[in-house]
Design a protein around this ligand. Structure first.
Ligand SMILES: *Cc1c(COP(=O)(O)O)cnc(C)c1O
Length: 401
């Protein structure tokens, strides 16, 4: 029997004004680049409090460009928490580095300073960069981690694909995720399940002008049309020293990671709704927490980190399936038959066949335990508020009485 999911764990929220913005982009002179891209990047940078924002074709493309921009290449070592989506490890791996996986907290799924330090020792104390993951929308302890990294000259890239709209604090000061106050680069995804969407797309933020220029170049084939960058003057300029109209130069190996103007128009329209969407997610999370408080102790929401305001990308509970007398797959199947979508985020990346062959002996207990019990329940701005309106809670109730 085919079942339709009426309440998926995550989905986009597209309204009439988003559709109008996309239609307007389609009628404009630019379908790639142009004012929609520039405006989107300007407003995104302002929203997260960074100097520069570069939009690109996906979060993965953003992570790849970040890897190159901080100088990663064959022979480098990079630490990645194993509890994340594949792309956090794959993107630096594209540059030929060795990926050293770090463990995470068994309850929150976050890599703590102690996990980072253990991984640095395991890497032989030679580490070039760390890719942090703000799992589920809660942030890692950035001030503590950046202290460890600054002492050792380790570059920091934040994979904030779960955390657009989140904040963290240190000594009473609040920082927005993406402001790069404790990192070199932050990368966001605007895939449909994330805080806001541009269909497919990503955004990279940084405060470093050199990194910014490098990423602009990597996004567009490593080519430039700016005369003051030209190296081959004889080929570039006419006899009256005017740059030849057809001329461009390629100085480094680059990619085509540009987003279309259509995607940027959608991203810009959605950016205006970020606060509204996050508020909605916070309210849902509060309702869920209250619901689980009064329920069977075999289901526990992940603990809330006190120093951060989560973006609530995912609402994760840990379930003792044995106590509940049902396997995870059976529970997911039963919920699916009732139209409720759930998901497991994630199988630890070091256990994937591709990575396992580099890590045969590796055992990361915190991640293993997290993975055994976690389940992501539906949270997204399309789910109506109010305890009475949340149909899927009643459906779940039947299984956990
Ligand atoms: C979604 C996601 C990505 C990849 O983003 P894409 O836009 O799909 O390429 C990377 N890391 C994490 C943690 C993600 O959730």
């Amino acid at each position: 029997m085919k079942s339709t999911i009426h309440t998926p764990y995550g989905r986009q929220c597209i309204e009439d004004d988003d559709i109008a913005a996309v239609v307007e982009a389609l009628r404009s002179d630019y379908l790639s680049g142009g004012p929609a891209l520039e405006k989107f990047e300007r407003q995104f940078a302002k929203k997260v409090g960074a100097r520069f924002a570069i939009a690109c074709s996906s979060g993965t493309a953003g992570l790849h460009m970040a890897s190159i921009a901080i100088g990663l290449k064959f022979g480098c070592k990079v630490i990645v928490p194993t509890m994340t989506f594949l792309a956090t490890a794959n993107a630096p791996k594209f540059t030929g580095v060795e990926v050293v996986f770090a463990d995470v907290d068994r309850e929150t799924g976050l890599m703590g300073p102690e996990h980072l330090e253990e991984a640095i020792i395991r890497a032989g104390n030679h580490v070039d960069a760390v890719f942090l993951v703000h799992m589920n929308g809660q942030t890692v302890d950035l001030p503590a981690i950046s202290e460890i990294c600054n002492r050792r000259g380790i570059k920091i890239v934040e994979d904030a694909c779960h955390a657009l709209g989140g904040k963290y604090s240190k000594n009473g000061t609040w920082y927005k995720v993406g402001s790069c106050n404790h990192s070199d680069i932050t990368v966001f995804s605007l895939h449909p399940v994330k805080s806001i969407t541009m269909g497919e797309g990503g955004v990279v933020t940084t405060n470093d002008e050199k990194i910014y220029r490098t990423i602009l170049s990597l996004r567009n084939h490593g080519m430039t049309r700016e005369p003051h960058h030209f190296e081959d003057h004889k080929a570039a300029f006419d006899s009256d020293s005017k740059a030849n109209l057809w001329y461009y130069e390629m100085s480094r190996l680059g990619y085509n990671y540009r987003p279309s103007a259509i995607n940027c128009a959608l991203g810009l329209s959605q950016l205006n709704k970020l606060d509204k969407f996050i508020t909605h997610r916070v309210k849902l999370a509060d309702i869920y927490d209250t619901f689980f408080d009064s329920k069977d102790p075999s289901i526990c929401p992940i603990p809330r980190i006190p120093y951060c305001e989560s973006a609530w990308h995912l609402y994760v509970v840990h379930i003792n399936y044995r106590m509940l007398g049902i396997t995870r797959n059976q529970l997911m199947q039963k919920l699916k038959e009732k139209g409720v979508g759930t998901q497991v985020h994630y199988r630890p990346v070091h256990q994937q066949p591709f990575y396992r062959r580099f890590n045969e002996e590796l055992k990361l207990e915190g991640a293993d335990q997290y993975y055994e019990s976690c389940l992501s329940l539906p949270i997204n701005p399309s789910i109506p508020l109010g305890k009475k309106n949340i149909e899927w809670l009643r459906i779940l109730d039947e299984f956990i009485k």
